[in-house]
Design a protein around this ligand. Structure first.
Ligand SMILES: N[C@@H](CCC(=O)N[C@@H](CS)C(=O)NCC(=O)O)C(=O)O
Length: 182
C-alpha cells in the first residue's frame, strides 16, 4: 500500500511533485521530489501522506496501572483524549486491567497493568494545531511527566513538524504532533 502512495489532493488529482504548497488543504502532503527529500536530514519517500492513518489502536503494559491511568487522564486531556473504556482484570487474558483512551468514542490508546517493559516505546498522537501541542506538553509535565523535548518545530522530520515530547511514569516517550503549517 505504501508503495502505491502518490502525491495528490483529496480529489485524487495528482499534483506536480514540485508544486508549491499554495493550496493550504494540501500542506500535509510531501510535495518535493525524491532528490529534494533526500537532501533533508530525515528522508521521506516522495508522496508520503500524513493526513490519514490506518493503525486502529495500540496497547502497551505499564508497571503501575493506577499511576499511569491517572497520568494519561491528565496528560492527554488537551488532545481531546479521555478514558473511554476500562476492561477489568477478570475480562482480560492477562488477568490485568486495561484502560483505553481516545476521542469521539474511539479508544485507540491502551495501557494494561501487566508490568513494565524492559525498554521504552514511542507513541505520537496527532494534534489539530500547535497550541494543542503546547497544551499537551504543559498538562503532561503538570501530571508528573518528564520533559523530553519542548514544543517546537522539528525540521529534520519535515518543515511543518511541530512536536512536544514527554516521558510517562515508565519512561515511555509520548509525543503530541501537529503537521499543519502555523
Ligand atoms: N528530545 C527529542 C525527542 C525526539 C524523538 O523522540 N523523536 C522520536 C521520533 S518523532 C523518536 O523516537 N526518536 C528516536 C531518537 O531520536 O532516537 C526532541 O525533542 O526532538
Amino acid at each position: 500500500m505504501a508503495g502505491s502512495a502518490r502525491v495528490g489532493n483529496k480529489t485524487g488529482r495528482v499534483r506536480h511533485p514540485h508544486a508549491s504548497p499554495a493550496n493550504k488543504k494540501d500542506d500535509n502532503v510531501v510535495h518535493d521530489s525524491p532528490r529534494a527529500a533526500t537532501r533533508r536530514r530525515g528522508t521521506l519517500r516522495d508522496g508520503v501522506r500524513r493526513e490519514t492513518s490506518t493503525i486502529d489502536h495500540i496497547g502497551f503494559p505499564v508497571s503501575d496501572y493506577p499511576r499511569s491511568k491517572a497520568f494519561y487522564e491528565k496528560a492527554l486531556a488537551p488532545l481531546g483524549y479521555t478514558l473511554i473504556m476500562e476492561v477489568g482484570a477478570d475480562h482480560t487474558d492477562s488477568g490485568s486491567p486495561a484502560a483505553g483512551f481516545g476521542k469521539q468514542g474511539k479508544p485507540d490508546f491502551w495501557i494494561g497493568g501487566e508490568g513494565g517493559l524492559k525498554a521504552t516505546l514511542h507513541v505520537a498522537i496527532a494534534a489539530d494545531d500547535r497550541g494543542t501541542v503546547d497544551a499537551f506538553y504543559r498538562a503532561a509535565l503538570a501530571a508528573g511527566g518528564r520533559d523530553n523535548g519542548a514544543p517546537g518545530l522539528r525540521p529534520q522530520y519535515h518543515p511543518n513538524y511541530y512536536g512536544a515530547f514527554v516521558l510517562d511514569p515508565d519512561g515511555h516517550n509520548i509525543e503530541a504532533v501537529c503537521h499543519a503549517p502555523a
